[in-house]
Design a protein around this ligand. Structure first.
Ligand code: GZL
Length: 330
């Protein structure tokens, strides 16, 4: 492999001293590793932490890899710098979790020029030529949003509120991230089916708890009759719950305000068990093994599916959450 270090153990001394030795001994050295550069978004959420851990525990030397990891602190310019650094280091593969969908063509062209395959994980990129990357693996964000919308419809029906005027607000993720784009679109598809639902406002909580709390505080100041809060990740929901309680209101299955979120990290289960969160819609972060499988196929010269969704479910307070939590990997 072009970048694998196969050190030829030239037995020059032997050959020289034993003129009759005809062959050069070639040994795969210990450092016969596949070098992978991973440009990670940042460390903004519990989901991201689990996603990073999945890569670091998969791309180990024992598994035949050398991982070069970069945390872009949620800045696209840092990710682009990291990709250029991987190109300079002449890695075997570049993996990117793009913070937003646009602005990648130039640097992907540079990777293609250098003959380095690019694999997308988690969020997607909008490019004019999809040969610029080998494939993408991640969550089906539109489906997550639609599943959440349908869950709210069923829940309201079950509570005898199917015909009631329902006021909603959304704390969005990082604007332009495919998780935000897809979840907003998917949930919006269900809102369009319910003329008694009103989406009062949408603002970005940047997928963080702190910003989620700030946005919820502003919503509570602007609107005195919010029925449902849609948080585009669990960490935003934790912030929203703090804001709701600080305003003297209640949330969750027994509260004034229904709160739902996306990701399904362990802390979301704890919030549902505590009675603060109604439901969470899973977005599986364990992409490491999937990308390992993709690289192994590419190494063997096999074709790989361009779009590869991870398995996802949802969880709510009607379920045996303690039992499920005990089995959760993240
Ligand atoms: C989803 C991922 C999102 C998570 C957030 O695949 O891009 O980014 O939902 C994370 O928790 O910050």
């Amino acid at each position: 492999m072009k970048k694998r270090v196969l050190s030829v153990a030239l037995t020059a001394a032997m050959v020289a001293s034993m003129a009759t030795v005809p062959a050069i001994t070639v040994q795969a050295a210990d450092d016969e590793l596949i070098v992978v550069g991973y440009a990670q978004v940042g460390a903004e959420s519990d989901w991201r932490t689990a996603n990073t851990e999945s890569f670091k525990s998969t791309f180990t030397e024992e598994n035949g890899y050398k991982l070069i990891f970069d945390d872009a602190q949620q800045k696209q310019e840092n990710q682009i710098k990291a990709i250029r650094s991987f190109i300079q280091q002449d890695v075997d593969y570049i993996v990117v979790a793009p913070v937003v969908e646009t602005g990648w063509e130039t640097v992907l062209e540079e990777a293609k020029e250098a003959g380095i395959p690019v694999i997308l994980s988690d969020r997607q990129m909008q490019v004019s030529d999809d040969s610029l990357y080998e494939c993408w693996v991640g969550g089906n964000f539109i489906k997550e949003g639609e599943t959440a919308g349908q869950w709210v419809a069923d829940y309201l029906e079950e509570k005898g509120r199917g015909e009631e005027e329902i006021n909603m607000v959304t704390i969005q993720g990082t604007i332009g991230a495919s998780a935000q784009v897809g979840r907003t679109e998917g949930f919006g598809n269900i809102v369009a089916q319910h003329e008694n639902w009103k989406m009062l406002d949408m603002q970005s909580g940047e997928f963080t708890q702190a910003k989620g709390q700030e946005v919820m505080e502003s919503f509570l100041k602007s609107y005195d009759d919010i029925d449902v809060v849609i948080c585009e990740n669990d960490n935003e929901a934790f912030g929203a719950i703090d804001a709701i309680k600080a305003a003297g209101k209640t949330c969750g299955p027994e509260g004034d305000i229904i709160v739902i979120s996306f990701d399904s990290v362990k802390a979301a289960f704890e919030a549902m068990i505590a009675g603060d969160l109604n439901a969470t819609f899973e977005c599986n972060p364990l992409h490491g093994p999937r990308v390992d499988e993709i690289i192994k196929k590419l190494e063997a010269g096999e074709e790989v599916e361009k779009i590869q969704y991870v398995d996802e479910a949802y969880f709510d307070t009607s379920m045996d959450l303690e039992a499920i939590l005990a089995e959760r990997a993240y």
